[in-house]
Ligand binder design. Structure first.
Ligand code: MN
Ligand code: MN
Length: 468
């Protein structure tokens, strides 16, 4: 069979125009096998690390198993050394010292390990009409109606006034009880249905059902509440007052699963931003004697604006770099000013059910590989790091030369809304930063979707950045 000759226009088009393609057309079956296999590990991580504390514990354990030692701020490290700095059990930095001098800067990748959820209030326990509840204050940006009638598990810590710390994780193991928020039956929801989505479920109705069986004694009031605290006392040795110094988080109890007949997608709670944290962690664990000093940051508090001492609007990264630099006679700023960073966070994937909020030519698409956002923020390019053309060109070249499919996007139409990442906080330290991540469908819902190919390509992309 003779190959059809291409017309001059076709040739020109190939040469001059850009035509993004579905990654399914660019990668072989063998590469897909690798991607699917890699994602089995990712699903296990999703199930094991639903909160920032659990993600830190997972990362620290994995790092120690790979030869990382606890960071000693007075020590002069040498090429190949691997260190781990655990910030209060809620954020963590891992680093592998490179063969190039630290004065050349570091290659930093930063993701976040907190996700939207329902936090218990500090005085959560009450009884109403003989049902016991926990009151909550939602954490991060949620559509409140999505969190009713979803089985929930409870994670976190209770710290008693003597400092004893009790870890809580209930609703995850087979046979564990779970919890949930109720919703109104449709038969009686005529008035509720007329309300706007944000008003239909007021924040103060996101109360979690935790029991209904009274303590058997006619003489006490609130016998259901009493029975619950009796059970908590038996299990954890706590009293109601101990909840004042607790951090308890209710998250969806379901596990990560394959979605679709072709198993091309993963449905789970917390892809944002574990879908970048896991590639970052696995890429760093494979770093042995890299040229550049490679630094992984897993931050807390991104979903509430990065404030607080475990968030990236604080100084913990700056201090870590300064401590790392001091034994070499360098100032932290000398290292930071020459460092490069990928802010690894998710992007909204184009959803054909809701095309109106997206500008198709500058949207992220699932299966199109990793997504770069030169800027995030909102209308008028406010509240954002706007990466320089020079740095975008450098990352573009890195991805292209490593056969890693990527595309450029921004978060929705100019006036549709917006969102931010940790990029601007790191850029404010005089680091070159660009947002790179994975497109997500149903972002911030209890059940988000990502493509396995994209997850795998994020791992490849971060690996290439560390190796550069
Ligand atoms: Mn995020
Ligand atoms: Mn988010």
């Amino acid at each position: 069979m003779q190959e059809e000759k291409k017309s001059q226009a076709e040739l020109l088009k190939e040469q001059l125009l850009m035509e993004p393609k579905n990654g399914g057309l660019n990668y072989t079956d063998d590469e897909f096998e690798l991607a699917y296999g890699y994602c089995d590990g990712y699903k296990a991580f999703l199930n094991a690390a639903k909160t920032e504390r659990e993600a830190v514990a997972y990362a620290v354990a994995a790092a120690k198993a790979h030869g990382f030692t606890e960071f000693d701020s007075g020590k002069k490290y040498t090429a190949g050394d691997k260190v781990c700095y655990d910030n209060r059990g809620k954020a963590v930095i891992l680093a592998v010292i490179g063969t190039r001098p630290l004065s050349a800067g570091a290659h930093i990748v930063a993701s976040h390990i907190d996700s939207p959820r329902l936090d218990l209030k500090q005085r959560p326990l009450y009884e109403e009409s003989q049902i016991a509840f926990f009151k909550t204050h939602y954490y991060g940006g949620i559509k409140k109606y999505q969190w009713t009638t979803v089985p929930l598990s409870l994670h976190g810590v209770i710290v008693k006034s003597d400092g004893t710390k009790i870890a809580v994780k209930i609703g995850e193991d087979e046979g564990d009880p779970q919890f949930c928020v109720t919703d109104l039956l449709p038969h009686l929801a005529r008035e509720q249905a007329k309300k706007t989505m944000s008003e239909a479920i007021p924040g103060e109705t996101l109360n979690i059902v935790i029991g209904s069986r009274p303590f058997r004694d006619d003489k006490v009031s609130e016998a259901v509440k009493l029975n619950i605290i009796r059970l908590l006392n038996e299990k954890y040795g706590i009293t109601e007052a101990d909840l004042l110094s607790a951090e308890l988080e209710a998250v969806p109890a379901h596990k990560a699963v394959d979605i679709g007949f072709d198993r091309s997608l993963i449905g789970s709670y917390g892809h944002d931003d574990r879908v970048c944290a896991y590639p970052e962690l696995t890429a760093l664990l494979e770093c042995d004697h890299p040229a550049s000093t490679c630094v992984c940051v897993f931050a807390d508090k991104e979903e509430t604006g990065s404030d607080g001492n475990t968030g990236l609007n604080s100084s913990f990264l700056k201090y870590f770099i300064a401590d790392l630099a001091r034994p070499y006679g360098l100032a932290g700023r000398d290292v930071l000013s020459r460092s490069k960073c990928l802010s690894a966070d998710v992007s909204a994937a184009f959803d054909p059910n809701y095309p109106d909020v997206m500008e198709k030519r500058n949207a992220a698409y699932i299966n199109y590989g990793v997504v770069l956002n030169k800027y995030t923020g909102h209308g008028g390019k406010s509240d954002t790091n706007d990466a320089s053309a020079e740095f975008v060109a450098e990352i573009r070249n890195l991805l292209d030369s490593n056969h890693i499919q990527w595309h450029m996007a921004e978060l929705g139409k100019v006036d549709a809304g917006g969102g931010g990442t940790v990029a601007k906080y790191i850029a404010n330290l005089n680091v070159d930063v660009v947002d790179v991540g994975v497109p997500v469908l149903s972002m911030h819902s209890p059940f988000e979707l990502v493509s396995k190919l994209d997850v795998y390509l994020a791992y490849k992309a971060i690996g290439a950045f560390f190796a550069a």
